[in-house]
Design a protein around this ligand. Structure first.
Ligand code: EPZ
Length: 429
């Protein structure tokens, strides 16, 4: 299995192109199931999760083609993907595919809305917590679907089609909001989603659904109104930039010092994370190209942060911030409120010399002067990249194992960092 090898201590200087957002691309690809016409997605990132979802959708009968690079285009323009779900040949999403990628459970909404039936494996637990799917199922029940659980599969059916309803979520859920939004777009009558997730990826999917002919108002707020339509059609949509990739590289620059432009990024997608970095002493400016992140000489200040649904500080940047705070002067506190078990990076950061104490959902991080390289590994994507950030500042060599986690969500990570001066490479095998 590939490893990433880093020799720490280099500052980062240059430009890093920001890819299309993974967490918008996945539901956008799934939205192709809602129509028998072609959905064209631009700026699709080259990621293992995208390839896996191509296989999963292919299993349902979706024809997918990916156009190559056009002359004069740089890699960072992303791919253009055409998805055509003209003939859905199978409404089952099998266990062996759903367990590889949880978000593939989200096919349930479009399948039951368009095909009036779906048989989708329950995803089971995962490295960042128990992650149930009850909100998804409650939303589909509210829209009139019959839901049965049988041998680890959810059987959803709506022989007469779905009908609009009030869907109230007890807690904000990104995935359940996607499910309700997609299903309601093809339901008869009006749906109101209350306590909806406000994440930019929800807004991006709603924008695309609107281009396909859906009538949606209020995406980006807690209450979304959807007027269902009988069918949706073709559309062309460009995926928004990845705010988590943006925040991750901003933290890498904050960690090493230097001056990097994150090309194509947008400050409005991660204001709370930028505020935290500014508070820690990092300079961030919006430019025509994107965001310019600088730390020259000044030390890092400690921060107090709790993760929260958008527009709060994202759980997907919690591990990276913890790596950064391990070198701050003073004591930081980071509280994880979204997932109950998203602290696998703590023990690995400690192996690199970080001083972190966990008490329930709060981590206390006592900044240290130096980290020391070591072999490390992590069991999820964001935890893995936090180890890369720590490795960039650690003395000597850090080797991050299980790189396939990184490949799920970061496009050409080592190339992008190496181009800015990091001593980092991938060791095959
Ligand atoms: C999405 O996961 C993201 N995944 C996650 O990104 C992200 O961490 C998470 O939202 C929170 O922002 C994608 O977009 C593909 P949730 P999702 O439903 O939708 C509880 C990454 O690294 N809950 O918003 O699965 C749940 O347990 C990842 O890219 C229920 O109780 O997250 C959690 O505590 C990993 N019942 C909370 O809600 C349900 O039916 C929020 O989870 C659904 C969720």
């Amino acid at each position: 299995m590939d490893r990433i090898r880093i020799r720490g201590g280099r500052r980062l200087n240059g430009t890093i192109p920001i890819a299309g957002a993974k967490n918008a691309t996945l539901p956008l690809m799934i939205a192709s199931l809602l129509t028998d016409e072609t959905l064209v997605l631009e700026n699709v990132p080259r990621l293992a999760d995208v390839t896996l979802l191509q296989h999963i959708l292919g299993n349902h009968g979706v024809d997918i083609t990916v156009s190559g690079k056009r002359a004069g285009e740089d890699d960072h323009y992303g791919q253009t993907m055409q998805l055509s779900a003209k003939n859905i040949v199978d409404t089952t999403a099998p266990y062996h595919l759903v367990t590889k990628m949880r978000a593939s459970f989200w096919v349930i909404g479009p399948l039951v809305a368009r095909m009036r039936q779906a048989r989708v494996s329950m995803p089971g637990g995962c490295a960042i917590g128990t992650r149930p799917v009850d909100f998804h199922l409650d939303a589909l029940r509210a829209l009139g679907a019959n839901i049965d659980i049988e041998s680890g599969y959810v059987l959803a059916s709506a022989p007469n089609g779905l009908r609009g309803a009030r869907v109230h979520f007890p807690k904000v859920s990104v995935g359940a909001t996607h499910t309700a939004l997609m299903a309601a777009s093809l339901a008869r009558g009006e749906t109101v989603i209350e306590n909806a997730a406000r994440e930019p990826e929800i807004v991006d999917v709603a924008d695309c659904l609107r281009k396909m002919g859906a009538k949606i108002e209020g995406a980006g707020t807690s209450t979304i109104h959807i007027q269902g339509t009988e069918r949706l059609g073709a559309a062309r949509h460009r995926v928004l930039p990845d705010r988590i990739e943006t925040g991750t590289y901003a933290m890498a620059v904050a960690m090493t010092g230097g001056d990097v432009t994150l090309a194509g990024s947008r400050a409005d997608l991660l204001q709370s994370a930028l505020d935290v970095l500014r508070q820690a002493g990092v300079e961030i400016a919006e430019t025509n190209e994107g965001l310019r992140v600088q730390r020259n000489g000044a030390g890092l200040g400690a921060v107090e942060v709790s993760t929260a649904p958008f527009p709060g500080f994202p759980t997907d940047l919690q591990a990276q911030l913890m790596a950064l705070m391990s070198r701050a002067s003073g004591t930081s506190h980071i509280t994880e409120t979204i997932f109950e078990n998203r602290f696998m990076h703590v023990q690995e950061l400690v192996r690199l010399g970080a001083k972190i104490h966990l008490d329930g959902e709060t981590a206390t991080i006592e900044g240290v002067e130096r980290l020391k390289g070591a072999p490390v590994m992590a069991t999820d994507l964001r935890a893995s990249v936090s180890l890369v950030i720590a490795g960039l500042a650690a003395e000597g060599e850090t080797v991050v194992h299980r790189v396939y986690h990184l490949d799920r969500g970061f496009e050409r990570l080592e190339e992008k960092l190496a181009a800015c001066g990091a001593e980092i490479d991938r060791v095959a095998g």
